[in-house]
Design a protein around this ligand. Structure first.
Ligand code: MF3
Ligand code: CO
Length: 251
């Protein structure tokens, strides 16, 4: 069942999204060689508490951290850890913020120090893929239009789209209907309706799209050891187009 949200609920989720976006802007300043994803996780938890919010991922299905921190070939759900980030790494920090019972979810990939041309291109294309997907999130379009826009663009740039993890509706809980694949066929899938709130969160790989699961039961990584990046926003569908609830950059 797809739960459509009222303007009031969307306004509540936007407040959560603003705190989340402010947190990402701070993370961007912190990321450099030598800091660990564990320290970033601690920073996030404190930042949220100081802003009257809580990290919704902590305790979710037994997950133990405020953030997911996925480094290099890790696709998603990497565990924060004390090993320092190294010059040339890329890291995706993903979190869900709860503010007054309203949720917002956003992941962002960061380069650590000086990164390779290939990594720069991967980050650029993944972010652009997210925004191309958002552009298709219009009342009357189909969910397949979003995936088609992301997949056709990412593949035209020589990268691949992860199939095993997808975007999702979000409301009082992290994962609701509808499913939002980042691959698809134009004109296929359910219709996009006013009041839907969902994430678009393409994970884009340098090599094969396929993944394997670590022994921890959470962390997915690429099967070929090549890098993966991800950008994610929570968006609300209005009759005037999609509103990004987690925007952190000047548009
Ligand atoms: N933020 C994730 C997403 O984009 C959800 C993470 S699940 C958790 O869907 F258990 F890691 F919290
Ligand atoms: Co997320």
């Amino acid at each position: 069942m797809i739960i459509l949200k009222s303007d009031r609920e969307i306004a509540g989720m936007k407040k959560a999204g603003e705190i989340l976006a402010a947190c990402h802007r701070e993370i961007a300043k912190l990321i450099k060689p030598g800091i660990s994803s564990w320290e970033i996780d601690q920073f996030v938890e404190n930042f949220l508490l100081e802003h009257g919010a809580t990290p919704e991922q902590k305790g979710y299905q037994g997950y133990q951290y405020a953030t997911c921190a996925s480094i290099n070939d890790e696709i998603c759900h990497g565990f924060p850890r004390q090993e320092p980030l190294k010059d040339g790494d890329i890291v995706t920090v993903d979190m869900v913020v709860n503010y007054n019972g309203y949720l917002a979810d956003s992941a962002w990939s960061y380069g650590v120090g000086e990164i390779s041309e290939e990594n720069k291109q991967l980050l650029l294309v993944t972010k652009e893929a997210l925004y191309r997907g958002i552009e298709q999130a219009q009342v009357g379009n189909r969910i397949g239009d979003i995936g088609y826009a992301i997949q056709s663009y990412a593949e035209s740039e020589g990268f691949s789209v992860v199939r095993n993890f997808i975007g999702h509706g979000i409301g009082a809980v992290i994962h609701e209907k509808p499913d939002i694949p980042h691959f698809g066929i134009k004109g296929k899938g359910g219709r996009i309706k006013e009041g839907m709130v969902f994430t678009i969160e393409p994970m884009i790989n340098v090599g094969s799209w396929d993944s394997k699961m670590d022994n921890n039961g959470w962390t997915a990584r690429t099967i070929d050891g090549k890098n993966s990046a991800q950008y994610e926003h929570t968006i609300a569908i209005t009759k005037d187009g999609p509103i990004i609830l987690t925007e952190q950059e000047e548009q």
